[in-house]
Design a binder for this molecule. Structure first.
Ligand SMILES: Nc1ncnc2c1ncn2[C@@H]1O[C@H](COP(=O)(O)OP(=O)(O)OP(=O)(O)O)[C@@H](O)[C@H]1O
Ligand SMILES: [Mg+2]
Length: 246
């Protein structure tokens, strides 16, 4: 399988403390992966390094098999932050989605095509003219996702996409993730809430103390989450790990 993203021996220290310790991993193209680990394990810092927001001390990052520098990764990797509101900058949903492609310097027709596509994929057509500040939590997150889709990224990272969402909004985001996966996007979701979506993933990474401890097929690995003090409903089978079936 072709890899969308590869990390080789990545390490990062902040103020003399090792935050990421010799991490190597491979994300197959089109895969839907989960990255789990306790508070402070280094998940968000790893996303920041992959995205190009932070320069690691050591290691290489490859996209599509080719080494990619920070600038390149900023363009090819999209990151949806935990606080989706932080990513909203405009007065209407459609203007907000247009913001990224406009900044890429694309012509108007291309911007409009991308905005229409992102609105459609996220099911936000009827919200296009609405002020983003008036969206529900789930809609806000969909708007943030639509904004990054319009940039046509190679890889999508999401940090805690279910945080602060109620039940219907959580379902909305899970469905959006499944749609993106079906469309062939490569997705890596960082979450403490494996029980909400893991059944839909194919790959699982587990981090602890800055190290990548486990990597592989979600279905084969999921039962090991509890070894890392990560909550799983007792007796749950892999297929139970979704809120879509509740
Ligand atoms: N600027 C900084 N200075 C010092 N330590 C930092 C800094 N930024 C992050 N860290 C430390 O890096 C470690 C990893 O942080 P990170 O945010 O990646 O954890 P995480 O796995 O995302 O945790 P959570 O699940 O709580 O979001 C933590 O111990 C954190 O305190
Ligand atoms: Mg984090």
């Amino acid at each position: 399988m072709e890899s969308a993203l590869e990390i080789e021996n990545l390490s990062l220290s902040i103020s003399g403390k090792k935050i990421l310790d010799d991490i190597s991993l491979k994300l197959e193209r089109g895969s839907f992966a989960a990255l789990c680990g306790r508070n402070g394990a280094g998940k968000s810092q790893l996303l920041r390094c992959m995205k190009g927001l932070r320069k690691p001390d050591e290691g290489r990052i490859l996209i599509g098999g080719i080494e990619a520098g920070e600038k390149d990764r900023m363009k090819k990797c999209a990151l949806v932050f935990q606080n989706a509101q932080m990513q909203i900058v405009s007065q209407s949903v459609e203007k907000d989605i247009a913001f990224g492609p406009e900044n890429l310097g694309l012509d108007r027709a291309e911007v409009e095509r991308r905005v229409a596509y992102a609105l459609h994929l996220m099911g936000l057509e009827d919200k296009a003219k609405q002020r983003p500040q008036t969206l529900s939590g789930g809609e806000m997150r969909k708007c943030a996702i639509a904004g990054i889709l319009a940039m046509e990224p190679d890889v999508i990272f999401m940090d805690e996409p279910f945080a602060n969402l109620d039940y219907p909004s959580t379902l909305t985001v899970i469905r959006s993730l499944i749609t993106l996966h079906e469309k062939g996007y490569t997705i890596l979701v960082v979450s403490h809430e494996a029980e909400k979506f893991l059944a839909h993933t194919d790959t699982l990474f587990i981090m602890e103390d800055g190290k990548l401890k486990e990597a592989g097929d979600s279905q084969k690995l999921f039962s090991q989450l509890s070894d890392y003090d990560i909550y799983l409903p007792s007796g749950a089978s892999f297929g139970d790990l979704t809120w879509l079936k509740r």
